[in-house]
Design a protein around this ligand. Structure first.
Ligand code: ADP
Length: 295
């Protein structure tokens, strides 16, 4: 990837550095989810530098007292495009929910542009959940869904004006879905549904875009179209975090890759994490090594 993207020097590794995004080029053993009471997790407050979009510092989070994320730490610089990879159940969606402010942390801290996730960051963050988490039988059209992206700024009680409608129509055009503007979302294919949610993100113009498995179940052409759109957003300054279990897209699109298996197994540039050693540590022995592997 080239063009307007910011330059990052991520080769320096220092667990104590607070002015540079942190990389975890080492590999640690995957953790199994565990129960604990979170006493004794008092940590020195991590202060992210202004150029840091996401700071995750020693975060534990999960459901019903059972941790899915175990002391997860990483930083994402503003304008970076980061992929989160890991096997099913490794906590990728959970991590995005934490970043979106939808799931509280049990220990550690998250900051988005220097603020904890919450009302202040809501307008800055666009979150596209997994396709199966969306009720596709909800009787709304493509235009309705994309217009919802303007509600974050307008507020739910304000009806969108012509300006918002024009912006929605433009975003729908950008993702090649103009012919489906009045179609109910339940009638769309998986790839078309993903395009609609990317359009919603386009119209929302978030500073940070979180997408959970945006290319799951879509064909190669649509995958490429979605990533091209995301790259375009990135080149306009948007920070993007995408989860995927598809390793084939990792080297081509992401600036950095977070290998997650409840813990951070590795975090770095694609070429440094796409190794047999790292992928085995992330996915266990079941990973199929293909062209994605660097060595
Ligand atoms: P991934 O996205 O990597 O597949 P998830 O974050 O969805 O992983 O899930 C991690 C673990 O958390 C899994 O064991 C899953 O069953 C559990 N989990 C996810 N969502 C919930 C929930 N709403 N309630 C209880 N457990 C959940």
């Amino acid at each position: 990837m080239s063009g307007l993207r910011p330059m990052h020097d991520h080769t320096h590794i220092s667990p104590t550095a607070v002015t540079e995004p942190r990389e975890h080029s080492h590999i640690v053993a995957p953790a199994t989810p565990h129960l604990h009471g979170h006493q004794g997790h008092t940590r020195a407050m991590h202060r992210p530098a202004p150029s840091v979009a996401i700071s995750v510092d020693g975060v534990c989070a999960g459901y019903f007292g059972r941790d899915v994320l175990d002391e997860v730490s990483f930083d994402v610089a503003q304008g970076e495009f980061v992929g989160v990879i890991g096997p099913n159940g490794s906590g990728k969606s959970t991590l995005l929910k934490v970043l979106a402010g939808l799931l509280p942390v049990q220990c550690g801290a998250v900051q988005l542009f220097g603020l904890p996730p919450g009302p202040q960051t809501q307008r800055m963050v666009g979150y596209v959940p997994q396709s199966e988490a969306i009720n596709w039988s909800f009787p709304v059209t493509v235009t309705d869904v994309v217009l919802m992206g303007t509600y974050a700024k307008l507020g739910f009680l304000h009806r969108p004006h012509q300006r918002e409608r024009d912006a929605a129509a433009h975003a729908i055009e950008q993702v090649g879905m103009s012919a489906f503007a009045d179609t109910q979302i339940g009638q769309l294919s998986g790839g078309q549904q993903q395009r609609v949610f990317v359009a919603r993100a386009l119209v929302e113009q978030p500073r940070l875009l979180l997408l959970d498995e945006p290319i799951a179940g879509v064909d190669a052409t649509t995958q490429h179209a979605i990533f091209t759109l995301l790259e375009d957003l990135q080149q306009h300054g948007t920070t993007i975090v995408v989860t995927t279990h598809d390793l084939s897209c990792v080297a081509e699109w992401f600036d950095r890759v977070l290998c997650l298996n409840h813990r951070v197994i590795a975090y770095g540039k694609p070429e440094s994490v796409l190794t047999r050693e790292t992928l085995s540590a992330t996915f266990g022995s079941h990973v199929l090594f293909g062209a994605a592997v660097a060595t």
